[in-house]
Design a protein around this ligand. Sequence first.
Ligand code: IPM
Ligand code: MN
Length: 349
Amino acid sequence: MQEYRLVALPGEGVGPEVVEAALAVLAHLATLHGFSVRVTHGLVGEPAVQQFGTGFPEATARLCEGADGILFGAVSKAGLLELRKQFDLFANLRPVRPVKSLRHRSSIKPEKLDGVDILFVRELVSGIYFGPSGRGVDETAPYGFHTMQYADSEIRRIARVALQQAQQRRKKLAIAHKENALPCLPWTRLVQEEAAAFPDVALVPMLVDNLAMQLVMNPQQFDVILAGNLFGDILSDIGGAIAGSIGLLGSASLNADGFGLYEAIHGTAPDIAGKGIANPMGTLASVELMLRQWDEGTAAAHLAIAQEQLLEAGYRTADLVDSPEDRFVNTKAFTEQLIQQLTNSKANQ
Ligand code: IPM
Ligand code: MN
């Protein structure tokens, strides 16, 4: 039997709640589909700061080495950027595919949601998050700076990931850039050069401000969207508005070897943390991406379908409740329902 070694890093806020839920579902899927997952827990974010004085301690790094994946909860900041950098997780994939039963939750008009299926490919270990930065020390003229810096090679390697993804999908790649104001970062030219090896992929360079507007006005035009670190962060949150809740979206952050960290794109949600009502679907969407990366595609599809069936049956976590017919469930009840649904749908196969 195939055994995977998974490191769980629950982090802070709602992180531990959604990771616990996702691990229970994953364990069940493993039983149903004949693989096993050995899980080790590690500290990241605030709990790690409290114990080790740093958000991403050495012990956690050691734990992750040689694992088959990292399931990540949420942190407000501490440790996450270091973790991404340490394992060179440069390719961040964030799919957005609104489900039918949650259409009315979307900020987009229902008729503009038909067929919307977008994949954000965000560069994750460079750009302004990691460029030279500082603050002036002269109190009479305080200033600060962060520098948006990209090596051409860094743009080229994320471009190849986006091109590959586009080639396997609808063969259309939008490139988010800001070359009218930031001409030293020639995303369009570099992506065009890499695209020589992908002649069937259509490139659509777009100024990032226009792209943000287009995402809201007509999301149907997009297939894959390639963006640098900061633009990708901002644009992919619009994906949350399109899907109906940021709590629904997951992500995979991969390095060149295909090793990955899987996390919901939402944050720690301090307002609801500890209440047991967080939506685990963002983390489950990340589990789905992890299963695909592990070549457990049948289990991944099973998970996706079972969740859609629960939504169709009216089950809603707090972030999605809006009508009296909705069957409100907390995190635990949702997880139990999902496990039940997985069993039933497997038995009916
Ligand atoms: C995300 C988050 C992080 C980011 C924060 C927590 C640093 O917003 O993963 O989208 O900006 O990358
Ligand atoms: Mn973000």
